[in-house]
Design a protein around this ligand. Structure first.
Ligand code: GLA
Length: 365
């Protein structure tokens, strides 16, 4: 019987450290308990056959195909890009049939793309008895997305999917390109509350923010915004207002990640929650990546007993918010939020209880 391999890679939530990854900065994130499962088996021919239970589609390509899929098959660029990138890196993955399924809600900004890439890579490597270091795996998946899918994302999503640990928050340093974990206090729970307005990374705003951060670093005479403090930015009155605001967000976020690690280590969840609210305020005022719907959710969070902190998570411009809540109060909060949101905005939100979970792994094979 031919060998079958099954790999799972989770989505992620970003808890603090917004848009810092491509500024060589710091992030606190967690893998969640939902993600993408990829089942792979070998094929004799040098082809990739992929089918998705989630969208009901199939696609097929030669392993040497350089041109990305277009139109209805564009979703298959994630696995094709991963296989091409692995082969270009000298990892001799051969022909394979891949079946994928996802239980991640789409459009919430939980990195379903990264979960798709990482599960594909893990399944394909294991099928051909190959392996790479975890950070290399994350980087190769990011490369596939940057070069093959054409989204200029940073490394956060793939690294979070790879380095997740049950009950732990991942501290990522994108200058050192390293990951470590910090335990999440047991009485905390995480809620995802989706604004109902989908998050779209392919929109031009993400790349525009990247360019603005690069311009801010150049104007401040540093290699990356990681090299400056928020105090120095605040004092740099010659910067134009937009550049200054963007730089204040990134430098403030790096500082909030450091304060957040200290708060977790001291079991001070109130402080951690306050940092999350501050982070959202900075997204809104300085980075311009919030929406009125995300703001409404965070305002509701601030007025709800048992909520310690809330903010947008990931790229922004739509998608979900992440709430840090007292575990004992989570069921009551889950009940009341949809109605409060509907009353405030007329829109419908969806709520999901999640938890810091184990990163990408083989389920079989
Ligand atoms: C998206 C990107 C990440 C990161 C976040 C913002 O999720 O894919 O690389 O930049 O936005 O922190």
């Amino acid at each position: 019987m031919s060998k079958t391999v099954v790999a799972f890679a989770p989505g992620r939530v970003e808890l603090l450290g917004n848009h810092t990854d491509y500024n060589e900065g710091l992030v606190l994130a967690a893998a969640i308990d939902l993600g993408v499962t990829a089942r792979a088996e070998r094929l004799e021919a040098d082809v990739l056959e992929v089918s998705s239970e989630t969208n009901g589609r199939r696609a097929q390509a030669s392993l040497d195909q350089r041109a990305p899929f277009t139109g209805d098959s564009a979703w298959a660029n994630y696995p094709l890009g991963v296989i091409r990138t692995l082969r270009d890196a000298g990892l001799e993955v051969g022909g394979l049939r891949l079946q994928v399924s996802s239980n991640l809600p789409l459009g919430w900004g939980l990195s379903s793309s990264a979960a798709f890439e990482v599960s594909t890579a893990l399944a394909a490597l294991s099928l051909y008895d190959l392996s790479v270091e975890p950070m290399t795996l994350a980087k190769l998946c990011q490369k596939a997305e940057n070069e093959f899918v054409g989204v200029q994302c940073g490394l956060l999503d793939q690294a979070s999917s790879v380095f997740g640990r049950e009950g732990e928050v991942i501290r990522l340093d994108f200058r050192e390109v390293s990951a470590s974990t910090v335990p999440m206090p047991a009485h905390a729970a995480l809620l995802l509350v989706d604004s109902g307005v989908p998050h779209e990374l392919s929109g031009g705003e993400y790349n525009e923010r990247r360019a603005q951060c690069r311009a801010a670093a150049a104007a401040l005479g540093v290699r990356a915004l990681r090299d400056v403090t928020s105090k120095a930015v605040a004092a740099a009155t010659s910067l134009d207002p937009v550049t200054r605001a963007r730089a204040l967000h990134i430098t403030g976020e790096n500082e909030r990640v450091q304060a957040g690690v200290a708060a977790l280590e001291a079991n001070r969840l109130d402080d951690f929650g306050r940092l999350m609210f501050e982070s959202h305020e900075s997204s809104k005022r300085n980075f311009g990546n919030s929406t009125s719907f995300l703001d409404s959710l965070v305002e509701i969070a601030a007025a709800t007993p048992g909520v310690l902190g809330a903010r947008l998570t990931g790229g922004g411009f739509g998608g979900a918010t992440i709430w840090l809540v007292e575990k004992a109060q989570a069921p009551a909060i889950l009940q009341t939020v949809p109605e409060a949101y509907h009353r405030k905005t007329g829109a419908t939100c969806k709520v999901l209880l999640t938890k810091p979970s184990q990163g990408a792994r083989l389920l079989h094979g």
